[in-house]
Write a protein that binds this ligand. Sequence first.
Ligand SMILES: NC(=O)c1ccc[n+]([C@@H]2O[C@H](COP(=O)([O-])OP(=O)(O)OC[C@H]3O[C@@H](n4cnc5c(N)ncnc54)[C@H](O)[C@@H]3O)[C@@H](O)[C@H]2O)c1
Length: 338
Amino acid sequence: MQVLITGSAGFIGFHLTKALCRQGIQVYGIDSLNHYYDVKLKHARLKECGIEVARYGEECASSLYSGYRFRQADLCDKEMLESIFAENHFDCIINLAAQAGVRYSLTHPETYVESNVAGFLNILELCREYHCDRLIYASSSSVYGNSREVPFKESARVDQPASIYAATKKSNELMAYTYSWLYHLQTIGLRFFTVYGPWGRPDMAPILFAQSISQDTPIKVFNNGKLSRDFTYIDDIVEGIARIVNKPGLVREDTPGVPAVIYNIGHGSPVKLMEFIRLLEKNIGKEAVKEFTEMQAGDVYQTWADTTKLRKDYGYTPATSLEDGIREFIEWFKTFKL
Ligand SMILES: NC(=O)c1ccc[n+]([C@@H]2O[C@H](COP(=O)([O-])OP(=O)(O)OC[C@H]3O[C@@H](n4cnc5c(N)ncnc54)[C@H](O)[C@@H]3O)[C@@H](O)[C@H]2O)c1
């Protein structure tokens, strides 16, 4: 089996690439290596997979995984993508590349429309043109906005996004549905819930907080700590995606006759922000300097995944407790240097 993973130098893409390569699956990775956060971290993740990038567009073979090839390429570069699709056959496309982050979308909304909407359209078009069987793509828990109906179920109404980031993710779900309807492309949208773990994203709370606690600088506790998140350990996310990749025969339809489906993929147990901070403090061995502030624009109060659907179809059961996950994350954090 050969899969294309977009965003393979990103946090989730990197872990997924390693896991699939270890299972003997051929992986073709692409990533624009943009500068949204320190690009050295993306290069370090690639190096960990045996990839050294020389220049944009050049294909590199991994020195560690014989089945892994990588090319620095942008989703918006249709010509480059077209040549990748023309030269390879993919049994499955996994689209993780996107402009991530809720807060940045308040100041850079156009970047989100470029990568997440126009870039995603390129992927859909190429899937159609090259007759790909399956597209798995990243959506987000943020599509639930400030819904008070918890836990969040896939069947809930999700048309009140609280940020442009969330709006682009909801757009992906709609666009994927259209291609499933028009061209019978099998599309599987995954709503990820706050993913954390080693090699994580430096713009997200776990790393920002861990850095501040270690350096005795204040952490900003939004909404005076009255927030909760369904924190999900990276290995559980990867395990969930790998289960889907490895079960190509299952075609689910949220609407009869249209091979499009959406799944939540989260831990399934919300954690209060203060509890999350307490566990970080315990593992780092220091108390945080806390600066309690108002709610941030674009943020939501709580997230909580109902994962019944993914469990039923793919036997997904997140196995990592928050205590174990944070311990692993902090162990990595203490030793990792860029
Ligand atoms: N990490 C989370 O908690 C979380 C939660 C919900 C949804 N998601 C979604 O999951 C996916 C992966 O997230 P992540 O945490 O690994 O983020 P990430 O930013 O670490 O990875 C995304 C990668 O995509 C690349 N990229 C961005 N725009 C691109 C473009 N136009 N062309 C090619 N590559 C491009 C970036 O360089 C980056 O390496 C994203 O779609 C994100 O929106 C993540």
